[in-house]
Design a protein around this ligand. Structure first.
Ligand code: NI
Length: 463
């Protein structure tokens, strides 16, 4: 009897442990993993089209569902259209690019509002580059969507907003040398909710976007204005007012290291595109310290603001920051004005965060022509080893690809928005260290190899 009871007790404990190990622990793991994921990335390249989509996960069911619905709708619409079309040349594939900006507005009553802005570009052949914009404004506490009306202090404020907007929009077209009729500016800034769909409460004021394509098919530009805090505070309800004192720009002084000790080593430049990303890039930064590694990040302009702390950290820790353009569009498909904007706006966004403009440019898909090279005035950095990390998403394969193909002076292409790419890079570094390699930025590599970068060469390696 006694033995049987004892066995039963042991059995129960064993069972409890089994349940814990088999069900509860994986569930906790799964849930935390799911919870820490803060965005999704879709990259698809076929023979005749390419899709590049980034979208956030806010962990607000209602909002997340609607975002997913929007993304799926755009994706299906695009695929249905291009599936009926005949294939075009390798460098001119049909294209769908959706990027986003996420702006968190923390109000004086501590409520948080999310402003999510999607820029969608569809390329459907000959001059058919179509832009559309979509913005969600969401109050996470009360679980409801917001419009400009929720912020404005009555009808008089709306009238005032319209006047300010007109003034700043005129200033914008003058600064950007756009030839536009005054009546168009009147039309897009008039007191009408449809005109004020894309607004963002930011530290430097109230940003509003006025897409010109809504009015005229000739223009695909979007006029962007910022109403400074002082004026903004005249428009909004008490709880949305912000402090007016000018924020002093802090200067970031990057860590300097003595690279002379790498003189006789084999060198590799790891480069990471499409970021920064709060979770994956930060983890990479932490782990790189263990490999005495400095790398180069080619960041997307539209991600800079939302991930500015990560970017600051990367720069401060001695990594190099380059540009990967603003929206990740194929530069070969764009007109001169837009092409320059893609480069200029990114440089400005980076300078706003780290205090200096980047000197390195990596064009999306490596696509660039002589004309753009000339106007960009940047060093064009391509790559010699393509890990295809975005496709395989397998850390072992990614590491193998790097280690098997490594050589002194190599530039490796990776993407710091994927967990597997971060893991793969770190695994490869462990192996390459044993083979006597050191990991340097593009500029460090050039310096160590005694190469002065020029504006005409496409750099794919330094050997
Ligand atoms: Ni890219």
């Amino acid at each position: 009897m006694v033995t049987k009871r004892k066995l039963n007790k042991t059995g129960k404990i064993t069972l409890a442990i089994a349940i814990l190990v088999i069900i509860v622990l994986p569930l906790i793991f799964f849930l935390t993993k799911k919870y820490t994921k803060n965005e999704m990335h879709i990259l698809k390249v076929t023979e005749n089209y390419q899709i590049k989509i980034d979208y956030p996960i806010i962990h607000q069911k209602k909002l997340d569902n609607q975002i997913k619905e929007y993304i799926n709708f755009e994706k299906e619409k695009f695929q249905n259209t291009v599936n009926l079309k005949i294939p075009v040349g390798e460098n001119h594939k049909y294209e769908l690019v959706i990027g986003y900006r996420l702006i968190k507005q923390v109000n004086s009553n501590n409520s948080i509002h999310h402003h999510i802005h999607f820029e969608t570009y569809t390329y459907l052949g000959e001059n058919q580059y179509i832009r559309s914009d979509k913005t969600f404004h969401y109050d996470s506490k009360n679980k409801k969507y917001l419009s400009i009306n929720d912020y404005l202090d009555g009808d008089k404020s709306f009238e005032k907003l319209s006047v300010f907007s007109y003034y700043y929009a005129m200033q914008y077209i003058e600064e950007h040398g756009l030839e536009l009729d005054e009546s168009i500016i009147k039309q897009i800034t008039t007191k009408d909710f449809d005109n004020y769909e894309h607004f963002f409460f930011k530290e430097d004021g109230l940003e509003i976007l006025f897409p010109l394509y809504k009015i005229s098919a000739e223009h695909d530009e979007v006029i962007k204005i910022i109403i400074p805090p002082k004026e903004m505070n005249q428009l909004v309800k008490e709880q949305y007012k912000v402090k007016e004192d000018e924020k002093k720009k802090e200067q970031i002084i990057p860590e300097k290291r003595d690279i002379s000790k790498y003189k006789n080593k084999k060198l590799i430049a790891f480069t990471f595109d499409d970021g920064p990303s709060e979770i994956t890039t930060n983890r990479l930064l932490e782990e790189l310290k263990q490999h005495d590694a400095k790398v180069t990040f080619f960041v997307l302009g539209n991600r800079v603001e939302a991930n500015q702390n990560t970017l600051k950290k990367a720069y401060q820790e001695g990594h190099e920051i380059g540009s990967h353009t603003y929206n990740h569009r194929n530069l070969l498909l764009l007109n001169d004005y837009t092409r320059i904007q893609e480069i200029k706006e990114t440089n400005q966004a980076i300078e706003n965060v780290i205090g200096i403009k980047p000197t390195l440019l990596r064009p999306p898909y490596g696509n660039i022509n002589e004309e753009t090279k000339k106007i960009s005035n940047m060093h064009i950095i391509e790559w010699g080893i393509d890990t295809l990390d975005w496709k395989t998403k397998d850390k072992e394969l990614i590491a193998k690809e790097i280690v098997d193909n490594a050589y002194d002076g190599a530039i490796i292409l990776l993407h710091d928005i994927y967990e597997s790419s971060v893991d793969g890079a770190l695994l490869a570094m462990e192996k390459l260290e044993q083979e006597g390699y050191a990991f340097v930025t593009i500029s460090e590599m050039a310096e160590l190899k005694n190469i002065t970068l020029d504006y005409t060469t496409l750099y794919r390696s330094f050997n």
